[in-house]
Design a protein around this ligand. Structure first.
Ligand code: ADP
Ligand code: MG
Length: 251
């Protein structure tokens, strides 16, 4: 039988993905799958290729080879904004919020622009936006701070605001690069709660070094090393893997 069925039940299906920078393979023949409603965490030493994987998915970096399918649609030849429109949201390591605007305004600005420009619909739209902003602010622990200027938020609150700015776009896959770096212990706990909350109805891919945090959120863990998978499975499984202890956790 020569029939090849390339369709998959996974939300995200990465196969044979490779990117080469002047001959150096930062991601090397990677296969990685993300289910619906899954929190999938990528860990591994610095330079393992974790951020590059997220860059490839969101179209910031072009692959050299391989395939990235999101709902069975090939992403590797799409532009960044088209990938966003498909339902993939990405948070970078440093929060990119508008410091001089309020929390409310930051969230409002991130509300997806509709195609309609008819004036008659404006009032209803304003109400919808307001309701949604309040809803999201509640989820990211900022509902009491809607009128506060973003510059005055704590580092952790800025991270939450940016997560909120992504959530308001309602992505089906949300990607976060080191979301708890620089956060206090209690902020980390709250962020874990937040991520567990928002996975109802979407999938999340997280790159993180904080093992306690990873333990609190991960449904599945992929350990990357030199652009390849070193180990994969539950947190308990990868933590007990001698290869992982050797190149990463033991340090
Ligand atoms: P991690 O996030 O796991 O720490 P990265 O994905 O940032 O690692 O980087 C993996 C490797 O690829 C590193 O050696 C890095 O220097 C290299 N790299 C990443 N992006 C580029 C680029 N645009 N050009 C050249 N090398 C890059
Ligand atoms: Mg990185």
């Amino acid at each position: 039988m020569n029939t090849i069925n390339n369709n998959t039940d996974f939300l995200l299906s990465i196969e044979n993905l490779t990117v080469s920078f002047d001959g150096f393979k930062a991601v090397d023949d990677l296969n990685l799958y993300v289910d619906e409603n899954e929190i999938h965490v990528i860990i591994g030493p610095n330079g393992a290729g974790k951020t590059t994987v997220l860059d490839l998915i969101c179209g910031r970096t072009r692959s050299t080879d391989g395939s990235i399918k999101f709902r069975n649609k090939e992403l590797t030849d799409m532009r960044e904004h088209e990938i966003v429109r498909e339902g993939v949201g990405r948070k970078f390591q440093n929060p990119s919020i508008y410091e001089d605007l309020t929390v409310f305004e930051n969230l409002e600005l991130s509300f997806p622009r509709g195609r309609s420009v008819w004036g008659a619909l404006t009032f209803q739209r304003d109400q919808d936006v307001k309701t949604r902003v309040h809803e999201i602010a509640g989820m990211v622990f900022l509902d009491e701070l809607l009128d506060k200027q973003a510059a005055l938020l704590s580092h952790g609150q800025k991270q939450w605001l940016e997560i909120g700015m992504l959530l308001i776009q309602d992505p089906e896959l949300l990607m976060l690069d080191e979301p708890v770096a620089g956060m206090s212990v209690s902020e980390r706990k709250q962020t874990a709660k937040l991520l567990n909350e928002i996975t109802k109805g979407r999938s999340v891919m997280v790159v993180e070094h904080d093992m306690k945090f990873v333990e609190d959120i991960a449904h599945r863990v992929t350990v990357l090393h030199q652009g390849k998978i070193l180990s994969e499975g539950s947190m308990a499984k990868v933590q007990a893997d001698p290869k992982v202890i050797d190149v990463y956790l033991g340090h």
